[in-house]
Design a protein around this ligand. Structure first.
Ligand code: PHE
Length: 458
């Protein structure tokens, strides 16, 4: 398809908003706190921050560059630069499949957030007496025990995602992100301020930032690496696809830095809002995927105007999930649009429907309602397996492929231009060379080392 026919961002901030919308999502407010809790806090957070800075950010720049250079989605981008029959095209394919799998279970969690909007609006978390406070967390168990409800919200969330992606890149995505981002940051900062007044704030701060290295395991390091990919939306071509809607003189470097900083800030703020509540009310930091749905409402139930706060929080969580889900569906659908010449409406409807169906076992299997014994046999429910495979293995593998490809397989002149055009920082030679060295050597070495460590080889 020619450049002219493809979508492009309406303004320079269009890319930043949409890419930040992709990065900031359930990964920041649902997943990061709960895996931090499960992995014992501080040391895990430290490794995660190192991964973000030294691995995630360089890959993000590389991904966006690849999209900007080729004006294609992942499969097409690799095919154009390496040849249609090259094995490198497999990295693009891996991205499309990863996007498909992530969205299939991501939508289930987003559905939980929508259910909590509903619970909040209907006053579930208002006027709760101190004696009943302990029961607020039980609403999550009730939801877990209701497969029909899980499927319903999952389907509803997918329908909304499909609707927005149908509207196309500009209208759908830019508008959704423009209002959301400031609102979300504002609310999180207010919640952190509230959390500082709780007796659990001190212990929570120590939990999140104290280096208790003895609690860290090899599997934890792999999870921190995998999550740094997940939270930045890198390793599967989402940033590549969004970069492909950029103009030649759009700034890749400072936008990538901005997005990374914003994403990290939201994740850390989420922890600082959440763990003080968890500790104050004697809840389990390692409670797992239910953490945000159990601890936050417990605090809201105590606040004046709790229903309003709670509605706002879960509404923003839903929106944050939506702008991420959009980018996942966009990667899958744009393969059919760009490579097979399908119409947008056809591509989005077909892939969206397929993902919705494929997600149903996650909606049921998060609960292991099949009684399949899967959880006992392999340690993961279907839902957990999707999450584990995509975050911990597929995204790092995709990131490895991307870093080697961008580092070694594209022409220096083109790469340097794509980085430097429109970017004051990208034009600074030592910075450019530093980035390239990271991408060529440090990033692949770190990914391989972490994977080998997790496999017990290193
Ligand atoms: N980054 C999103 C989040 O943190 C999830 C995501 C992963 C989106 C990969 C797109 C691609 O919630």
């Amino acid at each position: 398809m020619s450049d002219a026919k493809r979508g492009q961002w309406g303004s320079k901030v269009g890319f930043v908003l949409a890419a930040a919308g992709s990065a900031v999502g359930l990964g920041n407010m649902w997943k990061f706190p709960y895996i931090t809790g499960e992995n014992g806090g501080g040391a895990f957070v430290a490794i995660y921050l190192v991964c973000i800075l030294l691995i995630g950010l360089p890959i993000m720049i590389g991904e966006v560059v690849l999209g900007k250079m080729t004006q294609k989605s992942p499969v097409g981008a690799f095919a154009e630069l390496a040849g249609k029959r090259s094995p490198w095209v497999g990295v693009g394919w891996l991205g499309v499949i990863t996007g498909f799998l992530i969205l299939s279970y991501y939508s289930v969690v987003a559905g939980w957030a929508m259910h909590y909007v509903f619970l909040s609006v209907t006053g579930t978390f208002a006027n709760v007496s101190p004696a009943e406070l302990g029961q607020v967390a039980d609403h999550f168990d009730a939801l877990k025990a209701n497969p029909g409800l899980n499927v319903l919200w999952h389907v509803l969330f997918m329908a909304i995602t499909i609707g927005i992606v149908l509207a196309g890149v500009q209208k759908g995505v830019e508008v959704a992100a423009r209002v959301l981002m400031p609102a979300l940051l504002g609310l999180l900062i207010m919640l952190v301020l509230y959390a500082t007044s709780l007796p659990g704030f001190g212990p929570a701060f120590d939990f999140v930032f104290g280096l208790h290295t003895e609690r860290l395991t090899g599997a934890g390091v792999l999870e921190a690496l995998g999550h740094s990919f997940f939270t930045l939306s890198v390793g599967m071509g989402a940033m590549l696809t969004y970069g492909s809607y950029m103009k030649r003189d759009d700034d890749v470097v400072s936008t990538s830095i901005t997005i990374t900083a914003l994403d990290t800030a939201v994740a850390l703020l989420a922890c600082l809002a959440l763990f003080p509540i968890t500790f104050t009310f004697g809840m389990e930091a390692g409670a797992g995927p239910g953490l945000v749905f159990q601890s936050m409402p417990t605090a809201f139930a105590q606040m004046t105007g709790g229903s309003v706060w709670s509605t706002l929080f879960f509404l923003l969580l839903t929106f944050a999930a939506l702008t991420s889900a959009i980018s996942l569906l966009e990667v899958v659908a744009s393969y059919f649009i760009d490579e097979l010449g399908w119409k947008r409406i056809q591509a989005v409807a077909v892939t969206g429907a397929a993902i919705t169906l494929f997600g149903i076992p996650s909606a049921l299997g998060a609960l292991d309602v099949f009684g399949s014994g899967m959880e006992e046999a392999i340690g993961h429910s279907w839902f957990g397996l999707m999450d584990y495979l995509t975050s911990n293995w597929m995204l790092p593998l995709g990131g490895l492929g991307l870093s080697i490809f961008v580092g070694f397989r594209i022409r220096e002149v083109e790469r340097a231009h794509a980085v430097a055009d429109g970017s004051p920082l990208g034009g600074v030679l030592p910075l450019y060379l530093g980035w390239l060295q990271l991408l060529r050597f440090a990033v692949p070495a770190a990914i391989v080392a972490v994977v080998l460590h997790a496999l017990g080889v290193l």
